[in-house]
Write a protein that binds this ligand. Sequence first.
Ligand code: 8ZB
Length: 487
Amino acid sequence: MKLENRRLSNEEFMTIREEVLNTWETGAAIKDLQANIEYAKSVPREKNFALKLQEAKNNKQVLTQPRAGVALISEHLNLLKYLSEEGEADLLPTTVDSYTRQNRYENCTIGIKESVRLNRSMLNGFPVVNHGVSGCRKIQESLDKPVQARHGTPDARLLSEIIHASGWTSNEGGGISYNIPYSKDVPLERTIKDWQYCDRLAAIYEEHGVPINREPFGPLTGTLVPPSMSNSVAIIEALLAAEQGVKHITVGYGQCGNQIQDIAAIKALEQQTDEYLLRYGYRDTVVTTVFHQWMGGFPKDESKAYAAISNASVTAAMAKVTKVIVKTPHEAFGIPTKQANANGLKCTKMVLNLLADQKSYMSKKLSEQIQIIKEETKCILEAVFEVGDGDLARGVVEAFKRGILDIPFAPSIHTANKLLPARDHYGAVRYLDCGNIPFTDELKAYNRRMLEKRAKIQNRPVDFQMTVDDIFAVSEGKLVGKPEITL
Ligand code: 8ZB
C-alpha cells in the first residue's frame, strides 16, 4: 500500500491487525477488539491519562511523571507504588525494555527467567508484550493513577494493542520520533505506516468512549536539537495522529538550557500545534504539553544533578507546561534505584509548588525568541508539505532525504546529518550549519550573528569545536562549552 496521510479504513486496519496479533503468543488473548474496549471502559475515569492531562491544563497545574520499568510484574508494581506514594508522582509510566522495543520477545523470555533466578531485574524495562494483557491489566488494576507506556519502539503495533487492551490510556511515540533517534536502518515509510496503525488504534478506543492520549517523543536525540527542528517533528506527528482520529495529543520538548529560549519554545510549540491542527481541519483535538528535564549528559555529583533537576523544574513551572518528565540524581550512571527516582520527583515537585502561581511575563526578549522559533518552524513545515506535493506522510520521507528535516546526532542513516547546532553566548541552541534546511537569509544571518558573538567573547572561531565543547559542558558543570586553554 502506498504511503499517504490518510485515515486507515476499518478493513485495512483489521487486515493488518490479524497479522500483528499473530507475531507473538500473547496476541491471542486480545483478538476480540470490542471486548478489549469494554474492559478499557470499565477503568475508572480518574485513572484516565487523557482526562487527567486535560483537567491539569484547565487548572493550570503542572503534573510530574517519572520513568520506571523493571522485568517482573510484582517488582514493577512495587516500584510504581513507591513512586506514586513516596515520590508523589501525578502520572505513572511504564518504561519498556530494549528487547521489546526491537520486537525481540524471545530475548525477553530469557531476561524474565534470569531476573527470577538472580532476584534482580535483568531487563532495562518492563516487557509489556511478554507479560501480555494479564500482566499489564494487573499493573493497571493495582494502581490508582493513570499509566502510560514509554518506550522507543519503531514497530509498536502489538505493544499498543496490549497496553490499550489493559486499560493503559496513553502511549508515547511516533513514526519519526521513535525511529530516527532509536534505530540505525528502519525506513521511515515503514515506521510512519506502523504508527498510523497505533494512532488509528488509539482513535478507535476514543470513538468508543475511552479517551486515549498520544505523545510524540519531543526531545529526539536529546543532544542540542534546535527548538524549531524538534517542534517541527512534534507538530508533524500531531497532524499525522489527528488524521487517524486521535483527539488527545501531548506535544513535547526537551530542555535546551537557556530559560528564555525554552519558555519560548514551549509557547511556540503550543501555539503552532493548535494553528496547524486548525489549518488542516482538526477542530476538536485537545493539545497539552510536556517538558523533559535535561536529556543530555548529567553531572555525576548528586548535588549537582539536583541542581540540574531544580533548574529544569523552574523552567517547567514558568512555561506552565501540562507535565514534566523528571530526571534523577543517578542519571549519569544509568537506571536509578527507586529511592533516587522518588528523590528526583520530590525535588521537582517542591520547585513546582514554590512557583505554583507565578508567571513568566511577556518581555521583548521572550516574544522575539517565540517569533524566531515560529518563523524557523514555518520554513521547515511549509517545505515538508511542498516536497510531499501536499501529502504530509510522503513529505516527511522526502524531507528527510533532502535534509529539510534533519536530526543531529541520530544513529539512523535516514537523516541527512548536515545540521550542526551550537550554543550562543547566552546558552541558546542555534544553527551553526543549517545544512539543507530552507531558512530565509534573515534567519540564517540571525543564527550566524548570535554564534559570532560567542566566538568573539570566547576568542575562537565559529566551528564544530563549539558543538563538541557544548555536548560535554553540562556534565562538566556549565552550560556553554569553553575552549580548552592551551599553555
Ligand atoms: C530517552 C530516555 C532516556 C532516559 C531513563 C534513562 C534516561 C530508561 C529506564 C529509565 C528508569 C528504566 N530510563 N530506562 N529510567 N527506569 N527502566 O530514560 O535513565 O534518563
